[in-house]
Design a protein around this ligand. Sequence first.
Ligand code: FES
Ligand code: FES
Length: 197
Amino acid sequence: MSRTDPTEHAAPATSSPVTLRVNGTEHVVGADHRVTLLDLLREHLGLTGPKKGCDHGQCGACTVLLDGRRANSCLLLAVAQDGAEVTTVEGLAATAPGGGPHPLQRAFLRRDAFQCGFCTPGQLCSAVGALAEAAAGHPSAVTSAEALAEPGRPVEPTAPEIRERLSGNLCRCGAYPAIVRAVADTAAAVVPAGGAA
Ligand code: FES
Ligand code: FES
């Protein structure tokens, strides 16, 4: 009887090291291949800012910035993000000019833009991404034909634009009007009316 190669039936690896730069700090984590980015942030790194609302990509509570673009972290496998730069709500303040809370965080406070606050981390990360997208000229479903005629022109972050761009972020408390005002305040401070950055 021939000898069997002991590695022939070895179980496939179920975890791999993942390197992520999160809020400016590099982490190397051994991640189960089934772990989502949201669970890795919350359970492995203790960053409980990103919230698990639906776990199905429907509420936006888990939104983070991934390489500068907003993303639903519940829909992403952590191992597939190896080498990525992640910003969670805990790291937003560090991106604010001059330090302290991010201008959006200040605006949320000033405008009373939250009630229970569960959706707020996702709203904040999503709004940062949405304003950057508008400033970079990315159109939305409500962008005017006039603006669409000039590809790449910064899109003015009007209230309808803000509502449309943040429509993936649900707030069960219904704080939407104040959220839109807070985002508009921040947009006005960063992107003057007319769209010039
Ligand atoms: S928890 Fe990710 S979209 Fe709801
Ligand atoms: S403030 Fe409660 S869900 Fe938005």
